[in-house]
Design a protein around this ligand. Structure first.
Ligand code: GLY
Length: 327
């Protein structure tokens, strides 16, 4: 076959491929035209999400980025000394040390994380520095602390008088039995979609109250406590981190959304997966929260009692999550 004839043949095939792929593109665009995309939007776990969302909205409502929104939003919870499960005022481990876990993820799958960090009030901002200023994803313990100090974060004692008193009371019995929805009410996970259509997420906690010294939960683990894929959606988890890690929970929720599940269906399947992997979930609470690329959101938990906060241009409220078991 002459070069010219080959060229004509391959051009014709190329033309056909172009026509077919344009048809798909057109169809996809039409489908998207039918979906009302809700943005900007921010959602976050538990009632401490209400004031956190308010701060996030100050950024999102002015056209700011989802990354700035989630970082600034969860810092509010971290710096609230009355909150016993995140940052300053968090309940210590069984030896009296407040140890913090946090991670952050942007729309480019860039992520940063800190685990077992002590004496720094805002671990989420340290996690962002890990993401932006280092070639790494995760720093832990003393190394994370040294990095934070180098970056100018002040050293601070995070054990408040109230938390110390509660811990001293706990020491009298030292019964390591976290109470569902109270001591396990532990994390703020926040997901946002900005006006450019970019997703980001943040997750931060002081972890389980009175845990073994050195324990790290799901919250700083990318794919467990948090996962963001800007092509699909974002998810975060709260509750017993050990159970979330065993199914790579937030990653599972995002993958289920990729396969066509709604955010609520995806969270429900992840919860059911956890239930199937445990002989009993009587004392086990986990909740998932998800936001997709179109601003649709949903949640699901093992037991009742989990809720999440929503903020859009015309809504600001707390929503009770659907759940599998009523207590
Ligand atoms: N979900 C937080 C933790 O288990 O530490």
């Amino acid at each position: 076959m002459s070069n010219r004839r080959k060229f004509i043949k391959y051009s014709a095939i190329g033309g056909l491929v172009t026509i077919i792929s344009s048809a798909f593109k057109t169809k996809k665009l039409e489908t998207y035209r039918d979906i009302k995309i809700e943005k900007p939007i921010v959602i976050s776990t538990w009632n401490h999400g209400l004031p956190a969302n308010k701060t996030a909205w100050e950024i999102l409502g002015k056209g700011g980025t989802s990354l700035d929104a989630v970082e600034q939003g969860v810092r509010i919870t971290e710096s609230d000394p009355t909150n016993g499960s995140v940052g300053l005022g968090g309940r210590p481990d069984r030896d009296g040390f407040v140890t913090l876990d946090a991670c952050i993820m942007n729309h480019k799958n860039q992520c940063g994380s800190v685990a077992f960090l002590q004496n720094i009030e805002n671990p989420i901002s340290v996690a962002r520095k890990v993401m932006e200023d280092t070639p790494h994803v995760m720093l832990a313990g003393e190394g994370a602390y040294q990095f934070a100090i180098e970056k100018g974060f002040p050293k601070k004692n995070l054990l408040t008088d109230g938390a110390k008193k509660d811990w001293e009371e706990w020491l009298k019995k030292s019964k390591y039995q976290p109470v569902i929805n109270i001591e396990n009410h532990d994390t703020i996970g926040m997901l946002a979609l900005d006006s450019l259509g970019n997703l980001a997420g943040a997750c931060t906690t002081s972890g389980l109250a009175y845990k073994i010294h050195g324990r790290v939960g799901d919250s700083p683990i990318i794919g467990a406590g948090l996962f963001v894929d800007n092509e699909v959606g974002a998810a975060c988890a709260t509750g017993l981190g050990e159970a979330v890690m065993r199914i790579a929970g937030s990653s599972a929720v995002v993958e289920l959304m990729r396969s066509g599940a709604t955010p609520e269906e995806a969270c429900k399947e992840a919860v059911d997966r956890i239930i199937r992997k445990h002989d009993s979930v009587e004392n086990l609470q986990v909740g998932f929260l998800a936001l997709d690329k179109n601003g649709q959101y949903g949640s699901y938990s093992i037991h009742n009692g989990f809720n999440f906060a929503l903020h859009t241009s015309n809504k600001e409220k707390l929503i009770d999550s659907k759940y599998r078991h009523k207590q």
